[in-house]
Write a protein that binds this ligand. Structure first.
Ligand SMILES: [Fe+2]
Length: 174
């Protein structure tokens, strides 16, 4: 059986792009899977910062559970960022390398530290689910071009984000 051909323009790892990538919030302008992976990377970075911020600043009766859970989650997100960036590079596309690039790519917002901790936990859970939903659309596109490596990587991310949302909401009930 003939394997489906990838549609990516930069499939040869040894070929560097000749023009710099457009890192922009105008996502409609670039619908390549590589670019969408970069937006997932940026949002994963932002989610890690939000999770770490709550790890540092959260207070209250559920502090110990909150502190432990957010530590596990931000460390796992940090590892995921590397996996996603390395997939982007394996596809022959540059990975974003500055806060400015990440900020232009990211779609999630930042937690407001002044709001009650249960509200922040709920918002963090929603962010995990928002990212999971967007990742599913990237998986669907990757599968249409037979990009199994990307769909495998992202399938694991969906499971992790959905579990993270459940755990965050469980702590918020304390
Ligand atoms: Fe810590």
């Amino acid at each position: 059986m003939t394997q489906p051909q990838l549609k990516h323009t930069n499939t040869t790892p040894t070929t560097a792009p000749t023009t710099p990538p457009k890192f922009s919030r105008n996502h409609a302008a670039n619908t390549s899977i590589e670019h969408q992976l970069c937006t997932v990377l940026a949002d994963t970075y932002l989610l890690m910062l939000n999770t770490q911020g709550l790890h540092w600043n959260g207070e209250g009766r559920a502090f110990y559970g909150l502190h432990k859970l957010t530590e596990e989650q931000y460390q796992a997100l940090f590892a995921a960022i590397d996996d996603i960036a390395e997939r982007v590079r394996a596809m022959g596309h540059p990975a974003p390398q500055s806060f400015a690039q990440l900020d232009r790519l990211a779609t999630l917002d930042t937690l407001t530290p002044a709001t009650p901790v249960p509200t922040q936990l709920e918002r963090l859970a929603e962010m995990n689910l928002e990212l999971a939903r967007r990742i599913k659309t990237v998986i669907a596109e990757a599968e249409t071009v037979g990009d199994i490596a990307t769909s495998d990587l992202l399938g694991a991310r969906v499971r992790i984000h959905e579990k993270a949302a459940w755990l965050l909401r469980a702590v918020a009930q304390d």
